[in-house]
Design a protein around this ligand. Sequence first.
Ligand code: EPU
Length: 430
Amino acid sequence: MDKLIVEGGRPLVGETRISGAKNSALPVLIASLLSGQPLRVGNIPHLRDITTTLELLGRLGVQLSLNDRMTVEADASQVVDLCAPYDLVKTMRASILVLGPLLARFGEARVSMPGGCAIGSRPVDLHLKGFAAMGAEVSVTDGYIEARAARLQGCRIALDQPSVTGTENLMMAATLAAGETVIDNAAREPEVVDLARCLNAMGARISGAGESRITVSGVPRLGGADHRVIADRIEAGTYLVAGAITGGDVRVRDVDPALLGAVLAKLRDAGAEVDSGGDWVRVRGGGRLGAVNVQTAPFPGFPTDMQAQFLMLNCIADGTATVTESVFENRFMHVEELRRMGASIRMNGNTATVRGVARLSGAPVMATDLRASACLALAGLVADSQTVIDRIYHIDRGYHCIEEKLAGLGARIRRVTASQWRRETERKAA
Ligand code: EPU
């Protein structure tokens, strides 16, 4: 298993390009299942979750071609299988997104029930209730969700919570349903809006994406389209935090600053200098940052996917602040690892109280989920000595070549294989 080796203490300076958004690219690629015409998707990030999605689509019979500029052409004219198996769903929960498109276009689908995961129990009941309201027969047998419907019927669905993939799954299904579907309390995340744009380019009739009520008028079939996915606001936010905590000067480009509102506001509150233009954001750290209270919430609130990075920022900031996780029940796996590096964090339910310390010290630490691992890389950048991060396959799910991008900004960070690392440590011990 690869590890990341980080030597802290350098301010990050320079510019980095932000990749396409993972959480946009996944549903957009899966939307290809809704049509017999090819869908071309550009700005696909080079990530493990994308590879898993392409493998899943390939197994269903989607013909895929990928060029060296990361444009994927997906042709679902010859779908041969309607089942997403356990071995893929267990590695990527977003596989549940094939349920809506398969059910809507082929009248049936079978998807392994996702299990629990490191950030909480993460049920899919809202997806299933929505399909049932559209007239599908839904059951769970032998660990698989099975859904059937001759043709889905448009209806009114009020989500108990604004689930992102729940909204996406139901919105995709509704494009081919008979009549009008209204989704209330819909997720407003930019990735939902991006998917709606792609679906509309394929001939769907969706209005209201980005607002709490989405209305979809079903059409008999969708066609092909060309779509470019939006930039990854979480990747951008992570590099901006890296610039701020190291007292550096980092510019991220190819990203829409409007998608980063809550994150940029908190960086400013912490004392960082933030500027932005049409498709870039620049952050300058300067002196020691001040502690900032953070509470996660659905978009346009502060994103749960940036919680770990800001908790880390508070670990070395001046003062004490609270970080409250309101979206997921158990997204604090990074806290124990940060404590191993000298952070002072007290937990009370879903609130962490973080007292800033002058410095963190490097330590061997373990990545537990995607954003938790990103926060450990950030901690390594400001720690006194060497940090060794294990299980970095979690990072590779959502950050394209994080070590190359950080090294390009001047960080001392490298990836080693387990055997390289063993040889290095044996040499040092000798
Ligand atoms: N929920 C239910 N029932 C459901 C669906 C959701 O109770 O049927 C609950 C969840 O347990 C959670 C809340 O609703 O407490 C919101 O979860 P949501 O469904 O919005 O999360 P998701 O769609 O599974 C997506 C992203 C996550 C991101 C969240 C929140 C994708 C593929 N994943 O997950 O991204 O954290 O929205 O913004 O879009 C990541 O990239 O690291 C990541 C975890």
